[in-house]
Write a protein that binds this ligand. Structure first.
Ligand code: ADP
Length: 380
């Protein structure tokens, strides 16, 4: 509207008002950039916003070669777009980010037989809105994944509660029934009570384990760069007694700086190493080897022991809650450790698998994405 008003005003005051002058007034008034160059890149016309890009007053821009005015763009993709439009004679448009002005520009180029017309506008606000939207979308995706995971956990919990907790409860009821029979002697009764108490304790262990498992991942993870040495030192200190008792030889290939949640990563290794100790073979000294390597954008960890091993048929289910192998039943446990390890690996964005042969030992292989914060991975 303003433009029209100004032109009308001009029309009244300037009797010989040319079409070019009217156009020039309009182009001066628009906030978007506009300029015209001839086939030799000489600027024939430019408006103020266009001159701003050159950081020069308008009068110092007109009549100059475009690339002498903005030499900083000669080796950039901007130059390529202009060159292509000029030589092909085809209109084109592109979006660029001008780092020096911190703005996003959408440029349209219209080649003519005499040269080229460029029109560009600042779309920074639109870009910011788009990136906010993408950020919100990604956040929503993460929340949905988290919900799906916690739904799976709940389903697993329901299945476990109805199955695994039922067994010790059934036993308690069975032993109490026998104890209550009039024919039972005091000796039988006391044995029945002992069994019932054992089962009740097992029940308490299972419930404690379930609670601990459900707590994993509820707290916010705090990723920080830490040396692997420090992780292992914490594990060794927490398991000092059992490590000394079992006489473990533990070796690891290197000690990189990794970006992980320290508490959860210590917990992860504590579970794997205490399992290697629990399920060691009586036939040989326990040796635990840890290999760490960079595989593309991931860090791969291999934890290997020479213990009793896991039957091949159990390898696909061993990470499920309460899953225990037949050959391990003589060792007390609740089948929560490996499910927790899997959950911790997944919370770090990774995956885990196991390989084993009964009698030879077990190998747990997991990899997590390399995080970039603070140059988080370096094989020192
Ligand atoms: P728990 O140790 O309480 O039994 P876990 O979830 O930690 O529970 O382990 C599940 C099962 O996986 C164990 O009962 C055992 O059968 C098998 N297992 C885990 N780690 C090892 C290992 N290092 N060597 C042999 N078997 C293992």
């Amino acid at each position: 509207m303003n433009c029209v008003k100004d032109i009308n005003t001009l029309r009244k005051t300037e009797p010989i008002f040319t079409k070019e002058a009217a156009l020039s007034v309009i182009l001066e008034q628009i906030t978007d950039g506009f300029f015209v160059v001839d086939s030799q890149w000489v600027i024939l016309f430019a408006n103020e916003p266009a001159a701003l890009i050159a950081k020069k007053p308008l009068r110092e821009v007109i009549g100059k070669n475009l690339w002498s005015v903005v030499p900083q763009y000669v080796d950039s993709e901007i130059y390529d777009h202009y060159e292509h439009a000029m030589t092909s004679g085809k209109p084109t448009s592109f979006i660029t980010y001008l780092d020096e002005f911190k703005v996003w520009l959408e440029t349209r180029l219209f080649p003519t037989s005499q040269g080229l017309t460029s029109y560009f506008r600042d779309i920074t606000a639109q870009k910011k809105a788009e990136s906010k939207q993408t950020e919100m979308f990604n956040q929503l995706k993460l929340t949905t994944q988290e919900l799906e995971r916690s739904n799976r956990d709940l389903a697993e919990f329901a299945a476990v509660a109805s199955h695994d907790l039922k067994e010790p409860l059934k036993s308690i009821s069975f032993w109490l029934d026998i104890a209550g029979q009039t024919s039972s002697t005091d000796e039988v009764r006391s044995k029945c009570f002992m069994r019932a108490i054992q089962n009740a304790k097992h029940c308490v262990n299972l419930i404690d384990g379930m609670l601990e498992y459900s707590r994993v991942g509820r707290e916010q993870l705090h990723f920080q760069s830490i040396s692997f040495d420090k992780i292992i030192a914490s594990v060794k200190s927490d398991l000092a007694n059992s490590i000394a008792e079992a006489g473990v030889t533990m070796i690891y290939s290197c000690s990189p700086i990794i970006c992980v949640d320290e508490i959860q990563f210590v917990r992860l290794f504590q579970n794997l190493i205490s399992n290697a100790i629990k399920f060691r073979s009586p036939a040989r000294d326990l040796k635990i080897e840890i290999e760490i390597q960079e595989v593309e954008e991931k860090i791969e960890f291999i934890v290997k022991d020479n213990g009793i091993g896991i039957p091949e048929s159990d390898l696909s289910t061993i990470f499920q809650l309460f899953s225990r192998s037949e050959n391990a039943k003589s060792v007390p446990g609740s089948g929560i450790g490996l499910a927790t390890v899997k959950k911790l690996v997944e919370l770090h964005g990774g995956t885990i698998s196991a390989e084993s042969r009964v009698g030879d030992g077990s190998l747990f292989n997991f990899s997590i994405p390399k995080r970039r914060e603070g140059n988080s991975f370096s094989l020192l």
